[in-house]
Design a protein around this ligand. Structure first.
Ligand code: NI
Length: 419
């Protein structure tokens, strides 16, 4: 049989290599190809114009990172020794995000089913994906879901795809940094992979790679504070959330005639009644088309919110403490007096900045003498990265910039100034 080989050019890894026709079949399923139509960073492109990369590119990148890691582990530690483990690890990396929907995290807020749940359902229920996975054996799809759910039955594969040092994060940090154009997300991927080793069935990092892993942890910290939780992006998410919330309410009361069928099958239906095929039929183009349609609809709130998104007239963030009950009431009254429906035009969000988690899931280092230690014990820098939270109120830009006594009054409440 001629040697099978597909080489895909990639901006992060230079080349992505597929030598297994089985992996290539998975890449070419409709479910994986759909990820081309879902941006990796949701609304971030409204803040960083380069952030147009798709979840498809990240899925391939996670696969390639896993492929390189497996080659290293096999050479150094003799694992994976059997083809099934190798296939579990590679397909877990390729499929780990297959359940993401358009503007995922925002969509989850309006339709409370987590994308990971859809990933599991797609693996188990999508005919095309499931039949390819089942070529290995009948238990394979269920084992794969077990790995993504961290069930503990594959203790060597699981941490490679879901831990604080996994191929998912390694790829998205580099890819998101490259595409947004920031420099914070960079770290030495090849050295990090080379420093991983396997002892007694446990993935460990050689202690002499301390600075490399510090760089990686800091990269993640900066990407969270500077990119993922950028106030303009959070404000864009709030806007998408308010559009979907308003639309869902109008759909429920039968007042919104122009809704794409793909969206109608999901909004307003119980999750149990939504088929995997229905879910996969929806991508970012569905939502963007809906926003465009709604920008001309009869409902003034929905039309205005949709236009704000399409023309990038985003909500402005105001950093402050969470308002108390009186402050909220005053803010809502003031917004109403300016003609803004307070339910949709005034909202607050807390952004949680992820720190390094050492309890139970810390990164384990292997010293030269064979003893083990945990990363935060060895690194002052990592110890200092505690989880943090920031609160912001989001309002239309006009509220922050408008002139006149009514606007002054709103701002005095917003910025916590005494009246
Ligand atoms: Ni991912």
């Amino acid at each position: 049989m001629p040697h099978f080989e597909k080489v895909l050019k990639d901006p992060v890894h230079d080349e992505i290599l597929v030598e297994d026709p089985w992996i290539w079949q998975l890449v070419n399923t409709a479910a994986v190809q759909r990820l081309r139509r879902i941006r990796q960073l949701g609304t971030s492109y409204l803040t960083f114009h380069g952030a147009e990369h798709s979840r498809f590119t990240h899925s391939l990148g996670a696969y390639e990172t896993m492929r390189r890691l497996l080659i290293h582990l096999q050479q150094e530690c003799g694992w994976p020794s059997d083809e099934r483990d190798r296939k579990l690890a590679l397909s877990a990396a390729l499929l780990h995000d297959v359940g993401h929907g358009p503007f995922s995290h925002t969509f989850e807020a309006i339709y409370p089913v987590h994308h990971e749940h859809w990933t599991h359902r797609i693996i188990l229920e999508d005919d095309e994906v499931r039949s390819i996975l089942s070529e290995v054996d009948d238990d394979f799809p269920l084992d794969l879901v077990g790995i993504l759910r961290k069930k503990g039955r594959h203790p060597m594969v699981e941490p490679l795809i879901t831990s604080q040092l996994d191929v998912d994060r390694m790829d998205y940090l580099l890819r998101d940094a490259l595409n947004t154009g920031v420099s914070y997300g960079r770290f030495e991927l090849a050295r990090l992979l080379r420093s991983l080793t396997l002892v007694d069935g446990q993935i460990l990092l050689r202690a002499n790679a301390l600075h490399t892993v510090e760089q990686y942890i800091l990269a993640r910290y900066f990407m969270y504070t500077q990119v993922y939780l950028h106030p303009v992006t959070v404000g864009s998410d709030v806007l998408v959330f308010q559009i979907l919330r308003r639309a869902a309410e109008l759909i429920k009361s039968g007042e919104l005639p122009d809704v794409p069928a793909e969206l109608l099958a999901i909004i307003g239906a119980d999750e149990a009644n939504v088929s995997v095929a229905d879910y996969l039929a929806m991508d970012e183009s569905t939502l963007l088309y809906a926003f465009r349609t709604w920008s001309k609809c009869h409902d003034e709130v929905l039309a205005d919110l949709s236009r704000r998104f399409l023309h990038r007239r985003l909500f402005s963030p105001v950093l402050r403490s969470e308002p108390n009950v009186e402050e909220w009431a005053a803010l809502r009254t003031a917004a109403r007096s300016l003609g803004f429906h307070p339910d949709y035009y005034v909202s607050g969000r807390a952004s949680e900045i992820a720190g390094y988690v050492y309890r139970g899931e810390g990164i384990l280092l292997l010293r030269e003498d064979g003893t083990r230690t945990e990363l935060s014990r060895e690194s002052r820098v990592v110890r200092a990265l505690l989880p943090d939270s920031e609160y912001r109120i989001f309002v239309p830009k006009e509220v922050v910039e408008g002139t006149g006594p009514q606007f002054d009054r709103v701002r005095s409440i917003l910025f916590n100034r005494t009246l």
